[in-house]
Design a binder for this molecule. Sequence first.
Ligand SMILES: Cc1ncc(C[n+]2csc(CCOP(=O)(O)OP(=O)(O)O)c2C)c(N)n1
Length: 520
Amino acid sequence: MNGSESMVHTLLNNEVSVCFANPGTSEMHFVSALDRVPQMRCVLGLFEGVVTGAADGYFRMAQKPAATLLHLGPGLGNGLANLHNAKRAQSGIVNIIGQHAHDHIANDAPLTSDIEGIARPVSHWVRTCASSMTAPDDTAAAVQAASGTPARIASLILPADAAWGPSTSGGVRKLPQRPAPTPADSVIEAIARLLQSNTHAPGSVALLLGGRAMRGLSPRLAGQIAARTGCKLLAETKNARSERGLGRVNIPQIPYPINGALDALKDIRLLILVDAIKPVAFFAYPDKPRFLVHPDCQVETLATKDEDVEAALAKLNDAVGGMPGQVAYVSDGASPAWSDGVPNSQDMGRALAALLPENAIVVDEAITTGRQLQSSAAVAQPHDWLEITGGSIGYGLPCATGAAVACPDRKVVAIIGDGSAMYTVQALWTMAREGLDVTVVICANSKYQILSGELDAMGGPPPATNAQRMLSIGSPSLDWVRLAEGHGLSATRVDTMAGFAAALGNGLRSSGPNLIEVLL
Ligand SMILES: Cc1ncc(C[n+]2csc(CCOP(=O)(O)OP(=O)(O)O)c2C)c(N)n1
């Protein structure tokens, strides 16, 4: 057995059974080892942004890390943007990054670079294997770093001689996981007292949920606390995975545009953070505040991302006397009908709400077209909603790929702006090759609409030639039907709501990947 093979056995021993990959020469011994251990599912991405984004989507749904296989510094560099999004999503990933053999690093061959330096900003844990003998223990340590609560990004750099050299290990067993402590009783009691006191005006107290608080038992516990104490519930602007839909607690998000965000928080004078941070503006603007809460708002923390969020909410619920039969923010009722005509965010959300099958996974990178999708879909069948957590576009198609690998029995709908989709369009090929059950909806407005809005809001002169050329992507026009077909997917183009609803219904009834280009 060589170092690579004992690493692959170690990954499998530790329940890492999927490897999203784009290898090069320095990883050939690892690739050969993957061949000798067929239990490892290997998924090729034709760009590293697809590989790392897929690992993010996989973790969000499987709740366990996948491995990635990346080619030295440049391969890792190509994957950085989606590692950034994954880090912000609290996703666990084990990156295995090839490196020259130890005795070749100093020779300055063309692919030589500071791999640890490139990995560090997007990794919580970085290590270079000293030898093939340490490689299995290093791998187990990487999985341990990536697992636990909160999950983390671990980057293990594998020099070629550590990959090809001998190993006496048949694979290392699981190391203990990092536990998440429950917040101190004194913290929970103090927050319960604040929630029960009469010092705040009605409507001025809110729980702000994010991260892991958006799924599992947490939203319902928050709904019980809201019903009991009268506090509001708010969610962070973008969340890794929210469990939403009919019969569930659907928590309204703080809007993305700064004016909408300030408006949503203007009356709040006591904000309790639950796996969330003090709400901050996405960007600084000359005349706007940097933080979104009112200057007089008291901000307290019930649980941080390092703590057991669900246990904290359960204890708070007990402390305030919340009851399972009384839950606020639960959606019921039917979706309002969409109206025919040119597709738009609200009507697309209504059509989605009517057609989404139970247990579907929605990957939302629809940018401006997405603004009303999620709220409209609150009355859809129960589903998961995945969003761009780090603001770095190009996450959606890869994330949908990874989510579909993690959940082969669930429908995935990926709703993506045309500008965002172009960043990692190669994910379509992986969807086709793996036969993944994804319906891709491209919101084809032929522009960077969000940036047009930002430029308008600056209040300067209207965009002239240069600015317009940086905000429009319509010339030449992208043909999404041909792009999809060229990557191996069936595709259709629609320009009315009736056409969209029919195409979405067809896409959801079929199995395997398909794409709908929606002309907006
Ligand atoms: C990596 C990265 N580069 C650039 C941006 C800036 N940016 C934000 S949204 C956007 C365009 C989005 O266009 P599209 O997906 O078509 O959505 P639309 O705004 O038209 O709704 C750009 C370039 C970013 N967020 N991330």
